[in-house]
Design a protein around this ligand. Structure first.
Ligand code: AP5
Ligand code: MG
Length: 211
């Protein structure tokens, strides 16, 4: 099963990807996580990408498309994958459709005024786990439940950058939903509800599609 999770910053793409990963045994591929890994390792690509990420802009298509293609060609993707944060532009959508056919695009719809609060309260672990100080706290403050790692805040989670990311989403990424709606593979999910309610809906939707 090849699926993509769509939605604005803070919609819950990363959060929901974990549940799908556990249920169906297919990997989450987050271009944001892959880029942050390059930034952490201070590679030439990471240094280039950071300039855009810190401003809340999209990283140039050619850089992201190369990373994505390399990632989906690995062995763990033979049964499928969950794209999180890709595609984000028409150019990326074209490159993706030249390589694979998606089975479903899940569009997580969330009221905009909830998003800033979600993102500014987010805490991350380098193992990929995500928490929220208010909505989804770890059992020990500042410590990851999954691996015991120290939680941190993302560099681009400051309020002014978040507002820019939302604007970029509306202009450059949201129009893609119409493209996938026309193809008949877009499924809207109400992402304003509690985390577990949303994941139950997504999993039962994906099971139905797989029947
Ligand atoms: P990326 O890392 O993809 O960030 P994003 O799209 O802005 O999305 P987020 O990761 O902020 O939100 P999310 O939907 O995953 O929410 P989460 O589950 O964490 O991209 C970062 C940057 O990289 C981009 O700005 C760009 O520069 C670059 N980039 C990445 N991909 C690119 C591409 N394809 N092309 C070009 N550039 C690219 O949830 C948020 C918080 O809310 C968490 O704390 C969570 O615990 C909480 N939460 C989640 N769901 C709920 C709920 N239902 N109720 C209450 N709280 C909830
Ligand atoms: Mg994310």
């Amino acid at each position: 099963m090849k699926i993509a999770l769509f939605g604005p910053p803070g919609a819950g793409k990363g959060t929901q990807a974990r549940f799908i990963e556990d249920e169906f045994g297919i990997p989450q591929i987050s271009t944001g996580d892959l880029l942050r890994e390059h930034v952490r390792k201070d590679t030439p690509l990471g240094r280039e990408a950071k300039r855009y990420m810190d401003r809340g802009d999209l990283v140039p298509d050619e850089l992201v498309i190369d990373i994505l293609k390399e990632r989906i060609s690995r062995d763990d993707c033979v049964k499928g994958f969950i794209l999180d944060g890709f595609p984000r532009s028409l150019e990326q959508a074209k490159a993706l459709s030249d390589a694979v056919d998606l089975d479903a695009v899940i569009n997580i719809v969330v009221d905009e005024n909830l998003l800033v609060r979600r993102i500014t309260g987010r805490r991350m672990c380098s193992c990929g786990a995500t928490y929220h100080v208010e909505f989804d706290p770890p059992s020990r403050e500042g410590i990851c439940d999954r691996c015991g790692g120290k939680l941190y805040q993302r560099d681009d989670d400051r309020e002014e950058t978040v507002i820019k990311r939302l604007e970029v989403y509306r202009k450059q990424t949201e129009p893609l939903t119409e493209h996938y709606r026309k193809l008949g593979i877009l499924h809207d999910v109400d992402g304003s509800r509690p985390i577990e309610e949303i994941s139950k809906d997504i999993i039962s939707l994906l099971k139905k599609l797989g029947e």
